[in-house]
Design a protein around this ligand. Structure first.
Ligand code: BGC
Length: 279
């Protein structure tokens, strides 16, 4: 006897996000770029937010349009309330709604504590944490206005917060960054708890060391890469596509019951590899 209260989800499809509208902040490079491409390939229309390097954003838009979906680039600083409000309002105007928010924009301004300026602290918290809050707030207003449209998705909206292994692993010399990602974890779970009754799913992806411009110095020489690999049990540095794939999965209806979870995509970095031979 089938005791399920609903129909089984459809089989895995190549375009699980067909007809959905996705916003990727910091979408023109690194993890954001791979994620924007993955969403487009999965059938979503994509807004590529960027704060600098407009040509990169415009080129990416063309690439995404190659999947037969709509896309455009939108310049906005996610730490600025007025710019975030305008960005989401334009998306609703031009694409009709927003179904998926990938709160990805993030940066590092590294320094030992006594050399860290208040500006460097505020900048990182402003983009990495406040930026996610502002984007989530504006997206959720639209999710609630629209509600669930069963032909499109089982939920009224999905938010994926881009976190980091450093929501868990302390990181000397990066206190602003680690604090921002620790904040992202509690923001994400709190929002998940608050919004789940409205059929809004909030989750996070926590990448480990992914080959992108943000950590170029950690992988660009053979020696640096060898040192980095000591922290990665799986024995390879991650590719941005590893994250894009995980984001698409989390946003798909196949993952409809995944709420308030952090998916670590880190080749085992959070498994305390030092203890494989010590402790
Ligand atoms: C940071 C990278 C770092 C990685 C693993 C990421 O969140 O942005 O610079 O390589 O964590 O430590």
């Amino acid at each position: 006897m089938n005791t399920s209260t609903h129909d089984a989800p459809p089989a895995f499809s190549a375009t699980p996000l067909k007809g959905q509208k996705a916003l990727v902040t910091g979408g023109n490079s690194g993890i954001g770029k791979a994620t924007a491409l993955a969403l487009g390939r999965a059938g979503a229309d994509v807004v590529v937010n960027y704060v600098s390097d407009q040509p990169a954003a415009e080129n990416l838009v063309k690439e995404i349009e190659g999947f037969g979906v709509r896309a455009y680039a939108h310049e906005a600083d996610v730490s600025r309330e007025d710019q975030v409000v305008d960005m989401v309002a334009r998306m609703v105007r031009e694409l009709g709604t927003i179904d998926i928010l990938i709160a990805n924009a993030g940066l590092q301004r590294d320094a030992p504590l006594t050399e860290m300026s208040l500006d460097a602290w505020n900048k990182v918290l402003g983009v990495n944490l406040t930026g996610q809050f502002l984007c989530a707030r504006e997206a959720v207003k639209e999710f609630r206005r629209r509600g669930v449209v069963p032909e499109v998705s089982r939920s009224a909206g999905k938010i994926v917060c881009m976190s980091s292994v450093h929501q868990l692993i302390p990181w000397a010399g990066h206190v602003n960054y680690a604090a921002s990602k620790g904040g992202v974890e509690m923001m994400m779970t709190t929002l998940a708890q608050e919004l789940a009754p409205q059929r809004i799913r909030v989750n996070a992806v926590a990448p480990g060391a992914i080959r992108t411009p943000i950590n170029r110095s950690a992988w660009e020489t053979k020696q640096a890469e060898a040192e980095l690999l000591r922290l990665i049990p799986y024995g390879r540095v991650g590719d941005p596509e590893d994250i894009g794939t995980a984001v698409v999965a989390l946003c798909s209806d196949q993952f409809d019951y995944v709420v308030g979870t952090t998916l670590y995509v880190d080749g085992g970095m959070t498994l305390f590899p030092g203890f494989a031979t010590g402790g």
